[in-house]
Ligand binder design. Structure first.
Ligand SMILES: [Zn+2]
Length: 298
C-alpha cells in the first residue's frame, strides 16, 4: 500500500496542468499540456479521467484522496456546476463535480482559479491564517479573490469577488459580462492591448515606451481605484498582486502603489497598506486546489 495523495488539475484557456500532490504539499510528476484537447473533448469527465490514469497506475487509485480542480469558471456556491468558462469550450452549465465523481468514484472538489492561486500564495508567503487577504490579478480581465481565516470566500450565491465588474460612473461601454461600464473595461490587459494597438506599439513595450501616455495613466488610476475600493471595505492583512500584466517589462508598480495609497484613508489603512507580488509559480493552481480541498476536510 502506497502513500495517500491528491490529484491537482488546473485548466486554463491555454494550458492544463496536472500533478500528484502529497499531504505535505510536495508536488510529484507535474505535467503541463495544451488545453485544446479538453476544449475539443465531447465527454469532459472521460477525457479528464484519461489524464489521471497514469497517476492511478503509478500511485494507486485507492490512495487518491481527492481530485482537486482549479478552473477559470463561474460556479455555483457549492462548487458543483460550472456556469461558463470563457476560454474552454463545452463548460456552460456543466455539472462537472457529479459527472467526474460518477466517472472515477473518487471525491472531487473544484474552485475558481483566482481562489486557488491566492490560497497557494498565502501559504508561500507564510501570511497569518487569521484575517483577510485579498488577491488582485491583472490578466486579460481583472481577477479577484478574498480569503477569510484561510478559506476562500464564495459569497451567498458563489458569485463574490467580481472586483472587475464594479460599476464606474461615466463609463458606458459594454462589458463581456453583459453589463455596461465595469471597471475592467479600463483596468485590464484587454484595455492595454487596445491602447497598444492605437499607439502601434507591441503590448509588451507599452509601459516602457508610453509610461506617460494619458490612456496608460488611466489604466493605472482605474486599477488603483479598484484595489483601493477593496482595501477600504475589507482592511486586509495584505493584497497579493499577480497576473500576466504585472510581469510585463516596466510595469509601474511604484506608481500604482502610490495611487492606491492616495485613495485610502489616514492613518489606516493608508499607513498599513501592504502589497505582495504573486510568485507566478507554475504549480500554484494545482497546489492551491489541493489546499482548498484540505480546508474542506478532504
Ligand atoms: Zn463586467
Amino acid at each position: 500500500m502506497g502513500e495517500a495523495y491528491y490529484l491537482g488539475i488546473e485548466a486554463g484557456g491555454t494550458h492544463l496542468r496536472i500533478a500528484a500532490v502529497e499531504r505535505t504539499l510536495k508536488v510529484c510528476s507535474f505535467k503541463k499540456i495544451r488545453s485544446e484537447e479538453l476544449s475539443d473533448a465531447g465527454d469532459k469527465a472521460a477525457y479528464l479521467e484519461s489524464l489521471m490514469v497514469p497517476y492511478f497506475r503509478e500511485m494507486g487509485r485507492e490512495n487518491c484522496r481527492c481530485v482537486c480542480l482549479s478552473l477559470a469558471s463561474l460556479m455555483d456556491r457549492d462548487r458543483t456546476v460550472c456556469f461558463n468558462s470563457p476560454n474552454i469550450r463545452g463548460f456552460d452549465n456543466l455539472p462537472l463535480k457529479s459527472l467526474l465523481e460518477e466517472q472515477i468514484h473518487i471525491p472531487v472538489e473544484m474552485e475558481r482559479d483566482a481562489n486557488t492561486e491566492l490560497l497557494y500564495e498565502i501559504r508561500r508567503l507564510n501570511l497569518p491564517r487569521e484575517g483577510i487577504v485579498a488577491g488582485v490579478y491583472i490578466g486579460t480581465g481583472l481577477g479577484n479573490a478574498v480569503c477569510i481565516d484561510g478559506r476562500a470566500y464564495r459569497g451567498a450565491t458563489g458569485s463574490a469577488c467580481e472586483l472587475g465588474h464594479i460599476p464606474v460612473a461615466g463609463l458606458t461601454e459594454d462589458c463581456g459580462c453583459g453589463k455596461k461600464g465595469c471597471i475592467e473595461l479600463k483596468a485590464s490587459g484587454r484595455n492595454l492591448q487596445r491602447i497598444a494597438e492605437d499607439l502601434h506599439c507591441p503590448v509588451g513595450e507599452v509601459f516602457i515606451r508610453y509610461a506617460e501616455d494619458e490612456k496608460v495613466q488611466e489604466f493605472i488610476t482605474m486599477t488603483a481605484l479598484a484595489i483601493a475600493t477593496e482595501v477600504t471595505i475589507l482592511d486586509p492583512v495584505c493584497v497579493v498582486l499577480g497576473g500576466g500584466v504585472v510581469g510585463m517589462p516596466g510595469f509601474p508598480l511604484k506608481t500604482l502603489t502610490e495611487r492606491v495609497k492616495e485613495n485610502l484613508r489616514v492613518p489606516d489603512p493608508r499607513a498599513s497598506f501592504k502589497l505582495e507580488l504573486s510568485s507566478g509559480d507554475p504549480e500554484a493552481g494545482v497546489v492551491g486546489a489541493v489546499i482548498n480541498a484540505v480546508t474542506l476536510g478532504r
